[in-house]
Structures are given as structure tokens and as C-alpha cells.
Write a protein that binds this ligand. Structure first.
Ligand code: AMP
Ligand code: MG
Length: 347
């Protein structure tokens, strides 16, 4: 299949009349799948009302069929069509964080959207992205759009149109390039069907931000304990992994350097994931800076591009620093642990 590549400048006025936006909306209405920029990562959109369109998303990504998709909307009024009820806490969260990197789980109205999109569950995940191009496309087509991250399943999520092209060119109808995404990690997924809302996936909105507006929020214990089954089906899969094995190193810079030296002596090509402040401190084959440690949002924003960059360098092994598990650091460490397959070396 030929993949159409289109660019849209997100800062121009009247995006609704932009020919590229119109093309993307018409492809979606024809039940084709199109990669679109959002503020978190690029999404692979398809008409959530249509089984064929949803199947195309799963096929292009190679995504396991038991992993449900997030439905994207441009207007809260669309919710009434496919959600059974809107709990008060969900309503407060929507007012505060939509559009934005927060996905809310609701009870689903059965028989409206494709069963494949929700992997047969009786709940449904919904969000409103905070990106002018995504919102213009959603408004133009007027459909609820199912959109997981636009990467091959298991790879780091895409934060540029090039990442999408590397994974999915030839497998999807179109890619809309709206420039690099900002937040860099996916949305926070919060289950509002429970009395006390539960974070199923840490992301762009932090637990602290949620608690400020609705009080107590808990984190799915399975995210901290490998033995338990996560409530978000997707959280059980290995994800975000670079091609080379990666280890997270808890300890001093000196300790990490010793690990690097030991592997290099054996003739291996060794990579280090650090931040701008410390990039000059390490001697390795490749040392990549992932944002600035003093500003965790910059680390989140650069994370997937950094993980993908190691693949261009053909490393044998990668050692990564760890980050504080606070604020967006919760999402960063969740993704790094998955990328490393939970391999940690402590000093
Ligand atoms: P992605 O589409 O790659 O951003 O991943 C979406 C995440 O949301 C996955 O971890 C899914 O398992 C999770 N998710 C989607 N729908 C539901 C749902 N109804 N209940 C629980 N988790 C969900
Ligand atoms: Mg994903």
C-alpha cells in the first residue's frame, strides 16, 4: 500500500479548511487508517464505529487483539453516544484536563462502537487530545477515532512523523506530519468506574495533579508488583524496547562507568543513556543525553527519540541512569522499566 505523507503547520489559522486536514478526515471517513500528531505521541487513527478500520489498526501495528484502544473525541457531547454514564469525578477531570494527556475509563454503552476497539470489555477508554491538528481532523470527520500509538507493537512510541514512517510506511494510508510532539509520553489512563479512581497507566498528567482536583486516587498495584495482573490489558506487554538489551543502573556515575568499562574490555559496543548535565562525564561508544535531569518534562519529551536513536548506532548493550519517581518521573520510570524488561543493576 502507498502511504501518503502530508505536512501541516500546526500554528496556522483555519486548520479546518486546510487541504491536508480535509484529506486526513476523508481517509478516516472511508475507513482507512492515518497517523496523526497529538501532544503526547503520534496516534494511528481509525473510525471506531467500523470493524474493518479498527482491524486495520491492529494489523498495521501487529498489536495483540486483547489490547483495547483509546477513543479520541473533539467534543464532550460525543461521549453520550457510547458511554453509559459520566460519574461526577470524571466530569471534574474532563473540565480540568481536557483537551490534554488524560484518558478516562467509562462504562460502555454496548453495541455502538466496534467491539474490536474495546477488545470485548464492558468499559471504554476516551480522551480529547490537546493538539490543533488532531482536533481539526477529529472535528472535520465528526467520528469517534480509535487511536493507539502509531508504532509497531513493542517499539518505542513515535514522537516524530519520521518514527511513524520508519515503522509503518507501506502499511497505512497516510501520515500527517505536524512536527515533533511535546509531552513525549502517552496519556495517563485513569479508571473512573471505581469509587476511588485508579491510575492504570502513569502518563502526562501526574497523580498529584489528579488528587488536587478529585481527592484520593490510587495506582494499580500491578504497576509496582510484577506478580499481579494489570487492569489495563496493554500494561502486561513488553514495550518501548530498543534493539539492544538495556539495564537500568541504580547507583553512582562511577558505578555506571565501571559497568561500561567492563563490557568494553570484552569488545562490546556500549551505550549510555544520561542527561545533558552529565553527557560529558561518561566514556562509552555512544553517550546520549535525554533532556535535562533538572527538568523531568524535558526527559519525557526526549525519551522515545533517545531510545530509538540507540538502534541507529547498533549497540550491543545499553546502560541507563534512573530518574526520581515523582511527577512525570512516574511515567518515565514506568516506560524505562518496560524498555529494560525490568532489568536493574544496583550498586
Ligand atoms: P495505547 O493505545 O498504545 O496508548 O495504549 C492504550 C492503553 O490503554 C493500553 O495499555 C490499554 O490496555 C489501555 N486501555 C484501553 N482501553 C481500556 C479499558 N477499557 N480498560 C482498561 N485499560 C484500557
Ligand atoms: Mg502504545
Amino acid at each position: 500500500m502507498k502511504t501518503i505523507l502530508l505536512s501541516v503547520d500546526k500554528s496556522v489559522d483555519n486548520l479546518m479548511d486546510n487541504p491536508q486536514v480535509e484529506k486526513a478526515a476523508s481517509l478516516l471517513a472511508e475507513n482507512e487508517v492515518v497517523a496523526i500528531p497529538t501532544e503526547t505521541v503520534y496516534g494511528l487513527g481509525g473510525n471506531a464505529e467500523n470493524d474493518d478500520a479498527v482491524q486495520k489498526i491492529f494489523s498495521a501495528k501487529g498489536r495483540p487483539s486483547d489490547n483495547p484502544l483509546i477513543i479520541h473525541i473533539a467534543d464532550k457531547s460525543q461521549l453520550n453516544g457510547f458511554v453509559e454514564e459520566i460519574p461526577e469525578k470524571a466530569s471534574i477531570l474532563m473540565d480540568k484536563f481536557w483537551p490534554g494527556p488524560l484518558t478516562i475509563i467509562f462504562k460502555k454503552k454496548p453495541g455502538v462502537l466496534s467491539e474490536k476497539a474495546t477488545a470485548g470489555l464492558d468499559t471504554i477508554a476516551v480522551r480529547m487530545p490537546d493538539h490543533p491538528v488532531a482536533l481539526a481532523i477529529l472535528k472535520k470527520c465528526g467520528l469517534p477515532i480509535a487511536a493507539p500509538s502509531a508504532n509497531s507493537s513493542g517499539k518505542p512510541s513515535p514522537t516524530t512523523a519520521k518514527h511513524v514512517k520508519d515503522d509503518l510506511e507501506g502499511k497505512i494510508a497516510g501520515i500527517i506530519d505536524g512536527g515533533p510532539t511535546g509531552v513525549g509520553v502517552e496519556s495517563t489512563v485513569v479508571d473512573c468506574t471505581e469509587q476511588v479512581p485508579v491510575i492504570l497507566r502513569p502518563g502526562g498528567v501526574t497523580k498529584e495533579q489528579l488528587e488536587k482536583v478529585i481527592g484520593e486516587v490510587v495506582t494499580d498495584p500491578a504497576l509496582l508488583n510484577e506478580a499481579e495482573k494489570p487492569k489495563a490489558p496493554g500494561m502486561k506487554y513488553k514495550h518501548y524496547a530498543p534493539d539492544a538489551p538495556m539495564y537500568l543502573v541504580k547507583g553512582s556515575q562511577k558505578f555506571l562507568q565501571e559497568l561500561v568499562d567492563e563490557k568494553r574490555k570484552k569488545g562490546l559496543r556500549v551505550g549510555v543513556l544520561t542527561t545533558e548535565e552529565r553527557q560529558e562525564d561518561y566514556q562509552a561508544d555512544i553517550v546520549l543525553a535525554c533532556g535535562k535531569r533538572e527538568s523531568l518534562p524535558t526527559v519525557a519529551s526526549a525519551l522515545y527519540d533517545t531510545l530509538r536513536s540507540f538502534n541507529d548506532e547498533h549497540m550491543d548493550i545499553i546502560f541507563s541512569e534512573v530518574f526520581p519517581v515523582e511527577g512525570v518521573g512516574q511515567a518515565i520510570m514506568n516506560r524505562l522499566l518496560k524498555a529494560a524488561g525490568n532489568k536493574i543493576i544496583s550498586e
